[in-house]
Design a protein around this ligand. Structure first.
Ligand code: E4P
Length: 219
């Protein structure tokens, strides 16, 4: 399972790229707003900067909800950089836009996906990635990871090429479960990535090795 970083924060992206562990980035309007980005021009600047740092796919989301404007924005976003992937929502307008834009060769990340049926529709409409939102499903008392696993199973059974991108990841156990469920990718917030790296026994072990090594008195 590949890891993407779920952020619009450039410092977090730079730090994580240096670690060599992420293959892409996902952003959304809320993550952009958190960085003080409030219009498409600023979003464009930020996404282009991210695309300069990350080689892999960088998802940027349309703000529009109506078909015509959605398609216009998606084409504009796709022109920002060669590695941009356009995020479109799992709505009727979103599916229609996916269908139009995938035929034009745009790469699409189907976002706000909460069911196998939505994932199937997105796949048929030509989405490159489908993003089931695990944490938000859990928040509503559903089993988000079950949805990820079911989408993986159905896509496998019918040989569907759309990649399953587990999103709305809230803690390290979500990553383990996404990997076990067969997700192709998990997009993780910076905080979760740090949690994934950390283990108290590693810290204790490093300290003990250093201490033992220093104890040898050379004569
Ligand atoms: C990424 O593609 C999604 O937009 C993101 O993971 C949503 O996460 P949230 O539910 O924590 O806002």
């Amino acid at each position: 399972m590949d890891l993407f970083l779920d952020t619009a924060n450039l410092d977090e992206i730079r730090q994580t790229v240096r670690l060599g562990v992420i293959r892409g980035v996902t952003t959304n309007p809320s993550l952009a707003a958190k960085e003080g980005i409030g219009d498409l021009r600023e979003y464009r600047r930020a996404v282009q900067e991210i695309c300069g740092i990350v080689d892999g796919p960088v998802s940027a989301e349309v703000i529009a909800t109506e078909l015509e404007e959605m398609v216009r924005q998606a084409r504009e976003i796709a022109s920002w950089a060669p590695n941009v992937v356009v995020k479109l929502p799992s709505t009727l307008s979103g599916f229609e836009a996916m269908s139009v834009l995938s035929r034009e060769g745009l790469r699409i990340n189907q976002t706000l996906c909460f069911s196998v049926n939505q994932a199937l529709l997105g796949a048929h409409a030509g989405a490159t990635f489908v993003s089931p939102f695990v944490g938000r499903l859990d928040d509503e008392g559903h089993d988000g990871m079950q949805v990820v696993g079911d989408i993986v199973d159905v896509f496998r059974r019918y040989n569907i090429g759309t990649k399953v991108l587990a999103a709305s990841i809230r803690h390290p156990l979500h990553c383990v479960a996404a990997a076990k469920a067969g997700a192709h990718i998990a997009t993780v917030p910076f905080k979760v990535l740090l949690q994934m790296a950390h283990h108290p026994l590693t810290d204790v072990g490093v300290a003990r090795f250093a201490q033992d090594w220093g104890r040898v008195v050379k004569v």
